[in-house]
Ligand binder design. Structure first.
Ligand code: NAD
Length: 414
């Protein structure tokens, strides 16, 4: 049975891509571990008057090309290995789209579903106090992740600004627009993903206006990707969420699906659709598959039955390394997570740039800049994959490692 630990998978990817590039062992070893991991324990006074001690982390994988960047997760399963792995993925995600950032990730072990709004605010502020020494607009810039949102980012920005006695909107991204957030950030992950799908389709001669699509996950990434592809003429034939599925060969209206989910809590049961088994969504005879929910969904068990031409990984880590080999052999074009979902961190970068210059762009400006970043990154990755006869994931790591290794050498770290 293959080890599905995110950290070891990322380390394997670094080995494979580094070897293919001919990068030195010193650089590969440097990239396989985070530069710094901070563990903090901090008290929060709860609504009932008791005081609870919470444990949190901040991992900074690399800061060689710029400050660390990555989300903060509030979840009971947060652990040091998880933040280390996620910080490493952030380094390579920023690298493949050429952002001047390294990777970071943080988390607090807690169950937000059991916390009041008041306790969430105290926890968010206390965490920032605990990690304030190692973060900063030019050191490490957090963002939202699982169970943290624009409100949490606003509290964190406010707390950091109080500590420093200076307004610091650039300390976190993913803020509300009124606190220095960027236009277009909410749609950025899906929009970026759809730009890469459009480029991939052109390369294989697939017309998006005739294409059929299946999407796992109907949250931020999945539902917005469905709407954007629908607007480009593609037919969404299957969608699902954690509670159910909807399938129609005539096509699903993604707006009606979002309304149905808002009213009933699931996409299942909407008019004109039938339910299918969750696992059957992956093996439908469609052109494009977008995993937009969870890790480890495409494995050696189902990869051989996948019939699509393009898989665009809006989710992080949906495909296992064994499944990758099968998909590559079968000629499926996989747009890997570090490329396909990099639109989110790209617009976070735009938010930070706008904060630093205190001058704000329109949504159209943001989208145009996002398109250029995503198209360039897709082209470089595609070219690398052709030059080295490799799958797109290895090629994306190669593009990224090539950039980072050059900076490491110039700075004299090895
Ligand atoms: P979200 O919480 O808005 O939506 C997740 C969706 O997945 C929901 O519809 C949920 O019902 C569904 N889901 C959960 N468990 C499922 C299951 N067992 N089967 C089918 N569906 C299931 O989350 P999101 O922001 O859209 O993120 C989705 C994925 O995209 C995650 O892997 C996330 O890390 C990745 N991602 C998101 C962003 C972003 O900016 N939103 C950026 C980069 C990567």
């Amino acid at each position: 049975m293959q080890e599905l630990n995110a950290f070891t998978i990322a380390q394997q990817q670094v080995n494979t891509a580094g070897d293919k590039l001919g990068v030195s062992t010193e650089i590969i070893e440097l990239l396989k571990e985070p530069k710094r991991v901070l563990e903090v324990n901090f008290p929060v006074k709860m609504d009932n008057g008791s005081v609870r001690l919470f444990k949190g982390y901040r991992a900074q994988h690399s800061d060689v090309v710029g400050p660390a960047k990555g989300g903060i997760r509030f979840h009971p399963d947060v652990c040091v290995d998880e933040v280390k792995a996620l910080s490493m993925w952030m380094t390579f995600k920023c690298g493949v789209v050429g952002l001047p950032y390294g990777g970071g990730k943080g988390g607090v072990v807690c169950n937000p579903k059991e916390l009041s709004q008041n306790e969430m605010e105290k926890l968010s502020r206390a965490y920032i106090n605990a990690v304030a020494q190692i973060i900063g607009p030019n050191k490490d810039i957090p963002a939202p992740d699982v169970y943290t949102n624009p409100q949490v980012m606003a509290w964190m920005m406010d707390e950091f600004s109080k500590i420093k006695q200076t307004n610091h909107p650039g300390i976190v991204t993913g803020k509300p627009i009124s606190c220095g957030g960027s236009q277009g950030r909410n749609e950025a992950t899906a929009r970026g993903c759809v730009f890469t799908i459009r480029e991939a389709a052109q390369r294989i001669g697939l017309e998006l206006q005739d294409a059929t699509v299946a999407i796992q996950g109907y949250g931020n990434a999945g539902s917005i990707a469905a709407k954007l592809l629908h607007e480009m003429g593609s037919k969404i034939v299957a969608i699902c969420d954690s509670r159910g599925t909807a399938h129609s060969m005539d096509g699903i209206d993604p707006y009606a699906a979002a309304d149905h989910k808002a009213k009933t809590g699931t996409v299942e049961g909407m008019a004109g659709t039938t339910a299918i088994k969750q696992e059957d969504l992956f093996t439908l005879d469609v052109d494009i598959l977008i995993p937009a929910a969870l890790e480890n969904q495409i494995t050696e068990e189902n990869a051989g039955d996948i019939k699509v031409k393009i898989i665009a990984e809006a989710a992080n880590g949906p495909t296992t390394p064994d499944a990758d080999k099968i998909l590559f052999k079968n000629g499926v074009l996989v747009i890997p997570d570090i490329l396909a979902n990099a639109g989110g961190v790209t617009v976070s970068y735009f938010e930070w740039v706008q904060n630093l210059m205190n001058y704000y762009w329109s949504e159209a400006e943001v989208n145009t800049k996002l398109e250029k970043v995503m198209v360039d990154a897709f082209n470089e990755t595609f070219k690398m994959s052709k030059e080295h006869a490799s799958d797109m994931r290895t090629a994306a790591y190669m593009v990224s490692i090539d950039r980072i290794a050059e900076s490491i050498k110039f700075r004299g770290w090895v």
